[in-house]
Write a protein that binds this ligand. Sequence first.
Ligand SMILES: Nc1nc2c(c(=O)[nH]1)N[C@H]1C(S)=C(S)[C@@H](COP(=O)(O)OP(=O)(O)OC[C@H]3O[C@@H](n4cnc5c(N)ncnc54)[C@H](O)[C@@H]3O)O[C@H]1N2
Ligand code: MOO
Length: 424
Amino acid sequence: MREVEQDKFRRKALPVAEAQAKIMPYAKATDTEMVSLPEAHGRILAKPIDAPHPYPHFRRSGMDGFAIFSSDTTSCHAGQPVHLEVVDEIPAGSVPQVKLKPGQAARIMTGAKVPDEADAVVMFEMTESVLQEGHLHIRLIREIEPGKNITPIGLELSQGDVILEAGRKLTAGEISVLATFGIHRVPVMKRPRIAVFSTGSELLRIDEPLQDGRIRNSNTYLLYSQITEAGGEPFLFEAIEDDLAKAKAQVEAAFENYDVVVTTGGVSVGDYDIMADLVSGDSVDMLFNKVTMRPGSVTTAAVKDGKLLFALSGNPGACFVGFELFVRPAIGRMMGIAQPFLPELTAELARSYRKINNFTRFVRGRLEFREGKLYAIPAELDESGVMITIKDSDALIVIPPSNTGVEAGERVTVLKLPGGFHSF
Ligand SMILES: Nc1nc2c(c(=O)[nH]1)N[C@H]1C(S)=C(S)[C@@H](COP(=O)(O)OP(=O)(O)OC[C@H]3O[C@@H](n4cnc5c(N)ncnc54)[C@H](O)[C@@H]3O)O[C@H]1N2
Ligand code: MOO
């Protein structure tokens, strides 16, 4: 037996956290690039952005109405109305033309600049128009407090405030803030370029008809989605057949052009498990080839010329989990995300999980809120080779090693998968 083949069997299993820690030093920051604001959606901000001006930068009316001196309305009531002469009209986008004096009002629209002298805006609905000696007046029968319906300068942000920290993912809220401040070119982290290979002579292309004993290559597309969601840029390659020399050549070529290489399949101890052989060879430095977890115990990571190679299991469930626990955090770290790991929550296990585990199990499942409490419901079918329940899962339920399993009602840690909740 060749030495590399023997190595496949002699594996030292690392706990997940230790394996993650081995990877992170190689998750080197990508370069930065400038993109247009719409293109920045979903990208990671590369530099902190300060407010170049206060917001709002002028005193803004919050209502369609009249800008007035609130002091003119002191003690005003139905039996003692106040009449104010309308001397200006200020649409949004214009500036006041008349310097207001006490006893006067300016007709003003929502979003328009309030005259400096005025200290309140009264809504149209609270006024009545009257003509007095040919001049338009408004009649008020209620006191208006100072500041009413005026948004002060800098209510949201003062000049120089940090608007967004580096490492922040830009989605709707962030994009609208950047637009507000005229930041139309945005410094973002380059998306790590990730080559994806599936291995296995049993794999058919997705456009091929079924053949006996063969299956379509779903992992490549699973990974395409996961990489895209995590912020990376996937590049899909034809599946590699179970031939070590060919696989080695293809994977090595990929390292020339891509930041990370992800493969699936061929990492176990089978006769054709070429990735296991490849990482045991001397062309790459292996970081680990076994993790004390299920599914994905054979998850393997290696480094070539400072770049990461992830050899995930071929079993779809294990490939999925291996990506979420190892590849996602590496992509996140490369883009400067402060916390690139799946967020941890605590939930109550809704159904007993009685499988015996030597290793920590990451069971796909659904989360449900019932009467303010979070429940975790493990998928009925959660075997490593099962693909169908991945689509219904919004979390990985962490089941620690145990001889008895975990009973319904016990508290468990869950790792929230990206995206919404399937129950809602
Ligand atoms: N004697 C042993 N056999 C196995 C062990 C073991 O410890 N001793 N471990 C089992 C476990 S656990 C897992 S997980 C798998 C891991 O196998 P590999 O990662 O080497 O993957 P393959 O053998 O290539 O494939 C496994 C399974 O997944 C299917 N597959 C592969 N690629 C794809 C793809 N791109 N799309 C869809 N499905 C794919 C493949 O056809 C197999 O059915 O090993 C166990 N065996
Ligand atoms: O490593 Mo396998 O995915 O544990 O079932």
